[in-house]
Design a protein around this ligand. Sequence first.
Ligand code: BG6
Length: 482
Amino acid sequence: SDELCLTIVVAGASGDLARKKTYPALQFLFQHGFLPSNVAIIGYARTDMNDDKLREKLKPKLVGSDDDIDKFLKRCTYVAGSYDGAEGWQGLAKVLDKRESKCSKNPAGRLYYLALPPSVYPQVCAGLKEHCDNLRSVEGSWIRVIVEKPFGHDLQSSEQLADQLGKLYPEHQLYRIDHYLGKEMAQNLFVMRHANMFLAPVWNRTCISNVQITFKEDFGTEGRGGYFDTFGILRDVLQNHLAQMLAMVAMEKPLSVHPDDLRDEKVKVLRCIKPVEPHNVVLGQYTAANGQPGYTDDPTVPDDSKTPTFAAVTLYIDNDRWAGVPFVLKAGKALNERKAEIRVQLRATPHFVFNGEPESMRNELVVRLQPDEAIYLKMIVKKPGLEFDAAISELDLDYSRRYPEVDIPDAYPRLILDSIRGDQQHFVRRDELRAAWGIFTPLLHKIDAGEVEVHPYPYGSRGPAEADELLARADFVKNVAY
Ligand code: BG6
């Protein structure tokens, strides 16, 4: 058969990301028959261990019966080697050659998954390129590289990293993951927006008063403080996940669903966003409360750290469709709940002739990414009963009720599968990255210089009260709670 001879190299196999995300995602794909039955998954890292030791490490995060887990783990082997120098990579190259010689007539697919900090990407890519890229010439063979954020820490460093990687692997081989793009509801945004006639005429500054994109977590940095402290919430969540969601909400309809058509439109809208102005920003850092530690209580975080764990920023898109409409991006750790959602609030209906508070009687479209995927539209309807009052209710599409039989896949398996299929639609192109960094870089430099105030907020709270003022200024009206 001409089945793909697929080899997945997980560089950084002994690390947290690999154990928690990459291998479980690969297991999901394997168990559901999305990977060729002869797939080989080769872990590569500096830790000195053998196949069995790796399997032991991976097992607790895998799911299913012992038999299912064993079948998957049989495909997983390990090669120890360093990220610099030639020796380790040459060892890996030998294993790859041996493996591929067993299916030498079939096209070979090689996926290098870099589950590593970006600081080592250049040397890892150089090692792979120089020592391992001896791909055979059977038609349909390919090599692709998956990389994880953060891609740099500002515009300049991101460009530098992109230059270094770009010299080794051109854009069509590079798959930059932003896992929010692999979420069901993020993908749905694109379909929902561009396939519904009733939305099209209102999707603009005439009818939309403000847009809010919110990411909340009800836990702190928990052991990731060392990593987090060098980045902060703006680099960790806003510059990538939330900026991508904003682009999906605000972009024009692309020419087609071809990955480049779609990404062209995302870049265009991102480039229309002016860099964030400091008066449109509220930063926060959580403090100990309710028996939970404060951010600086994390032993890996310096005691005097001013790194924000919460940020709310208002952005403006300078184009015909959106001029003047505030887009409020808000993200925080150690808040009162875990939730990610997009709220599109329309303007109040003019000449409101019913009983009720006209200003709070607003239509609002809410897309909840997690938990419990849902789309609901706040509608003003007659309150049932003998009175003749208006009230807010919901047209509600709750996924677990509407699609009880569908197991909504996680972002990682979906994105890995896309990369095996060669589909870059849900991966971040270099120019998108550049545009997104451009929006935040001047602000980040001010924050790094200590020029922006960071408000304390208690662990488990709604975040700093100052953020509510930002929402009020953005004309957000809190109508009936859902
Ligand atoms: C990651 C961030 O990209 O996304 C984490 O680095 C964050 O800090 C995570 O916790 C959130 O992802 P999800 O899918 O759980 O919302």
